[in-house]
Design a protein around this ligand. Sequence first.
Ligand code: G3H
Length: 214
Amino acid sequence: MFILVNLKAYPCDPIEVATAARDVAEASGARIAVSPQAADLARVAETGVETWAQHVSPNEHGSHTGSTLAEAAADNGAEGTLINHSEKRLKLADIDGSVQAGERADLETIVCGNNPAQIGAAAALGPDAVAVEPPALIGGDVSVATADPGIVEDAVAAAEAVDDDVDVFCGAGVSTGEDVAAAGDLGAAGVLLASGVAKADDPAAVLEDLVSGI
Ligand SMILES: O=C[C@H](O)COP(=O)(O)O
């Protein structure tokens, strides 16, 4: 199970979380990545933790003010990128373009979707993985794997029906090792989480608990 921690725009210290994630990953052998704000990519990557962008634009180099180029993310240490997160929705053509941009820059790609139908459509665009996140459960304290296990199972089936090379992640409300284990039991290859770590008083302790569920 891959544990991907999205720091969103929470007022946490990205270096504290990155350092804790690196240490827990090294001690446990678990795959843990941290996804900070674009402006923090380089200094988070310098800690040695696996670093992901929260978004990349579909654009190539050119007159695209305000864009986040996949190449720039990669040059600043990103190894992968989220695309179409529930809080950064894109048009279909732009999701496709961002997946291609990620591939162009050698970034791993995870396309997010709200439900199994969107997950099937996302899988058809050829990302490395997709992540199902019911918006109503994001930021809450009940894991998607507990509150709505069917949506995870249906997302796994939807992706598999399109392309069984595309891994399925789930996210929303994941904060414990039990949540990670439950997600794995439903067929998820990883979890996408944010508030459980980014808002924690002791991110290292939460990460240690999370990896206990792998
Ligand atoms: O990117 C992370 C997801 O939106 C889940 O967020 P959450 O763990 O705060 O529910």
